[in-house]
Design a protein around this ligand. Structure first.
Ligand SMILES: CC(C)(COP(=O)(O)OP(=O)(O)OC[C@H]1O[C@@H](n2cnc3c(N)ncnc32)[C@H](O)[C@@H]1OP(=O)(O)O)[C@@H](O)C(=O)NCCC(=O)NCCS
Length: 176
């Protein structure tokens, strides 16, 4: 991708919420509320923003639970889609999760969301199941497909990264 130097990542903060809500409303048929994003900040989830020339153009939010991560939301502003931005975000999210000791990522995607399904398949996510009527629609409900990806970590790498992550958590807990 050309012009990569124009992009950077940052952690979602309260002052980013207006723009993030704008992207969310343009991206999801039943958008999250602002309260959901506030919960993500307060819970210290892995909340990554992609910034181009000081403007947020996408975000990726995941929970991290020991060796497992749940990718809750990834969205790119429509003007910036199909230009490799989602890929940048997903790579960053996976790399950061790996550093924290994550080996398996889970996510749900709407049965009809063909672009996102292609996106995950290209990134080696495998469809391992279906949640019947998982998503609310303006009318009715829609099934959710469960996708998962196993990231290869050597057992030594996994233990050392997890220990480091756990130690950092303990230190933060003691400070709090
Ligand atoms: C899914 C989403 C995040 C992808 O971001 P993006 O920036 O458009 O994706 P990228 O340009 O990085 O594309 C990466 C790959 O995804 C697939 N892909 C992306 N857009 C696609 C499209 N319109 N049709 C088919 N495949 C597509 C392709 O395999 C593509 O690789 P390629 O460029 O080598 O062909 C974006 O479409 C989006 O925000 N959608 C709305 C929100 C959403 O549905 N999120 C997922 C919820 S589970």
């Amino acid at each position: 991708m050309s012009g990569k130097e124009n992009f950077k990542f940052k952690i979602l903060d309260f002052k980013d919420l207006e723009r993030v809500m704008e992207i969310e409303r343009l991206s999801n048929p039943t958008p999250w509320s602002i309260g959901s994003f506030i919960d993500c900040i307060n819970s210290n989830y892995q909340n990554i923003l992609l910034i181009k020339q000081e403007e947020t153009i996408g975000f990726c939010i995941s929970t991290i639970n020991f060796t497992e991560s749940h990718l809750l939301n990834i969205s790119v502003h429509p003007e910036f889609r199909s230009q490799g931005m989602g890929q940048l975000l997903l790579n960053k999210s996976e790399q950061d999760a790996k550093k924290k000791g994550v080996s398996d990522i889970f996510l749900e995607v709407r049965d009809s969301n063909e672009k996102a399904i292609e996106f995950y398949k290209k990134n080696n996510y495998k469809n391992v199941g279906k949640r019947k009527n998982y998503y609310r629609l303006s009318q009715g409900r829609e099934d959710g497909l469960i996708f998962t990806k196993h990231m290869n970590l050597s057992s030594l790498e996994s233990i050392s990264r997890f220990s480091l992550f756990f130690l950092r958590k303990m230190l933060n807990f003691n400070r709090g």
